[in-house]
Design a protein around this ligand. Structure first.
Ligand SMILES: O=C(O)[C@H](O)[C@@H](O)[C@H](O)[C@H](O)COP(=O)(O)O
Length: 245
């Protein structure tokens, strides 16, 4: 049984600062222990603010020894500012010496998977398998997540095939209730391959979903309830997001 850790902060800025500091330590520890770290990035305001903070305060991170993946992506043309990858590059990756071969972005809609998000999802699943040293998915050190007010994480929305998926590790979503409609997402079985899952959540609009997920609701109703790490699940909450706990 993995640990569930709930940490509360006075506001979103404090939450992001604490998560960034902890991420530096986690990455450095992983690099010292086995030579590299493996992190799944997320989009959204909080996830991108975390990357900006990491750019300002990177500690002893060895940028050449880190594998970066994405938990989900909006299936849009390359360079589109709404792509999580583009936002992550602007916030952090363009400014630090990461190894481009270790930055594993999901396909854009104007490349070889033009019109074929399912093909793009399959390709990303194969990429994960190729990086997994005999497993189907790498054992990520940390899978970062934001959360929507209805409990969505990655592009896993309530009462959808994607959140119910048990076999596939990456799927396409073609009818996302939040625009844009077409996305690629890791599934809950892939999220659960992370040693630690971190959920960064701020604001009163998320309070009900936080309470439901931490309280053990069904992931079909509240997807974040199913986002658990092998070793630990850490909730970084501001006071408002924690107000219904
Ligand atoms: O793909 C998306 O449409 C968003 O990225 C979304 O999934 C976001 O991550 C969460 O809604 C949390 O967003 P905030 O961190 O901004 O609250």
């Amino acid at each position: 049984m993995s640990d569930v850790v709930v940490e509360k902060f006075s506001d979103a800025g404090q939450l992001v600062d604490a998560a960034a500091a902890r991420l530096v330590t986690t990455i450095v520890d992983a690099q010292r222990a086995r030579g590299f770290a493996s992190i799944v990035l997320t989009g959204g305001g909080t996830g991108i603010a975390l990357l900006e903070k990491l750019r300002d305060a990177p500690g002893d991170i060895d940028w050449s020894q880190i594998d970066l993946y994405w938990g989900d992506e909006r299936f849009l043309p390359s360079g589109d500012p709404e792509r999580n990858e583009v936002q992550a590059r602007e916030a952090l990756l363009d400014h630090v010496p990461v190894d481009p071969d270790r930055v594993h972005a999901m396909a854009a809609s104007d490349g070889i998977y033009d019109g074929d998000p399912h093909g793009a999802a399959t390709a990303y699943e194969q990429l994960l398998g190729a990086q997994a040293h005999g497993n189907q998915v790498p054992t990520f050190d940390v899978h970062l997540l934001g959360m929507g007010g209805e409990g969505h994480v990655n592009s896993l929305f309530p009462h959808t095939d994607a959140v119910r998926e048990e076999a596939r590790f990456v799927v396409a979503v073609t009818d996302s209730p939040k625009p844009p409609p077409v996305r690629i997402t890791l599934t809950l079985p892939a999220v659960r391959r992370a040693k630690e899952v971190w959920l960064l959540v701020s604001g009163a609009a998320k309070a009900e979903a936080v309470a439901e997920a931490v309280g053990g609701a069904s992931s079909e109703d509240w997807p974040s309830a199913g986002a658990t790490g092998l070793v630990a699940t850490r909730w970084f909450l501001d006071t408002d997001a924690a107000s219904q706990l």
